[in-house]
Write a protein of this length. Sequence first.
Length: 602
Amino acid sequence: MAEDAYNIQVQFGIVGRQNELRKALTAVRVGRHILIEGPVGVGKTILAESVVRFLGRSFYRVDGDERYTEQKLTGWFDPPLVIKYGYSKDAFVPGPLTLSMEAGGVLFINELNRMPEGVQNVLLPAMDEGKIEIPKIGTTTARNGFIITATQNPREFIATSLLSEALRDRFELLTLDYQNENEEVAIVQQRTGIDDTRFIRAIVRLVRATRGHPDIRRGGSVRAAMSIAVLANTLGSERKAAIRDAAHMALPTRVEMKDDARKTIQGIIDELLEEYCPEECEIVVDTEPPVLGITESITSSTASVKGLTCTETANLLEKIVRIVNLTDVPVADVGWSIAQNYARIRGQLKDPTLLKMAKKIAIRAIIHRTLQLLGPTRIRMELMREPYTPGQTGEIELEMTTEEILGKSEIDASDLIIESNVPKKTACIMMLDTSMSMSGDKLGVATASLGVMAFKLKSMQYGVITFDNVARPLKRLDQRVAIESLVGDLLDITAGGLTNIEDGLRKGLFELNNIEAREKVGVIITDGNYTTGKDPSEIAAQYPKLFVIMIKSHDSKPELCERIAFLGKGTFVGIDSFEEVPSVLRNILRQFVYRPTLGSQG
């Protein structure tokens, strides 16, 4: 096996990855499905394709996309051919899953966790039984040798979907991280043909430094270093100026900035160039930037503060745990305990570095817990009927099509009416009572989950409004806000003031009326005890759908909450504590935006 791995390296020009190649070869040879996990640009696709080509297998590639449909994966009926042949094999265009099964080949799915969960679940019978059922065609059975290899970005990246437990259970996991500096230098030299090691190393270090920058969500991969090298090599004789110009061309399209970044990518490039290539690319050995792999990047985004070593970070974390008396809490639950006690921590910690770290830990713990609660989901779809355009998938709507073609001597493709499912667009405004009567340590934790859930449901536009004496938009429906920033803002809320429910509902309705969506929903969390402003009943009646979550207390007004929910054509839910908010919200949203998939709870 080691010899085969070496042969693949030579044949396909792969630098390093000896151990990963050996594992992938073993899995393919024994007929196991493989899930390759790692950040963008670490060679997941190259590794998968090289192993398959080396073994002489047929290879069918699919690129994951939120708009990808089940029909694209299994196959579809070509509308003009259906008119001619009816629903038969002659009118059927097999998709990549069907082709790979019939050929006994390998279906490669790039970024599986960017596909809708409904599409993901089509794979289950193919992986379990080697069979799929195609409507109007029958059963397709896989030949020997059929397997699925797939890639995904790390599960911790909140911009991706979670695979269902049922689907993950059918894969073997192979993890790829960024390679070390020397291997990345060798890769760039090999792919560009540039032998100047000092020149290439300066570029590689510049790119690697983007992976740990606080304003960058996703740093540059080795592909970015290749582009800079090729451009800089021909831009001019002054190396530092050439690298700067090349970096300004290559990096902006290859890194992802955080929504709330305080610096521009141009400013960051110049800053990093001065740090890692100060004088004509004279490399300072001690300035090697931290290499953040999957585990390290999670730790960095969760807990560390820029400039601290791992040991210093661990020591600070230990101080936080000791200060808030969490010494008996299991390690796995420390982050969640810090989130639940954040209000108390904020009052006790005087050290700004410790407080900054505690907040980062709390934010990440809330995001992780809420995504677990939501579980794998399938976005609700709605039926659309529209004239056929070339390449469009879906079924012919026979009755409407017949009406279009009756009496015509020639039939145009646009006369065919195609029926297809598309994601249901929903707008949800969440209104949070932050007045004095709603005070409590769990306020921030419970309400921060609102933003995470809405972020996860990609077909939903969401906004957040807080209100006490007056209402204030924390996030407008049409506004882009980094989820980490939104959760942080919600954590920092301090309850106080009077309660103006009417103003909260009015500003929420204003947001909904100024956005286009098929479904518009309002969710208000309050105890119903309004102490200023008008009776909220009149404005509640103007909502297309309004749900009321009432926190029970000695001040709560269930009669008012029930009335405004009734007038808003929604439902009323009374709960005993803020800890129930995420579950209740989940049940509300699933009525409109999503439904659980196989392997999820409830």
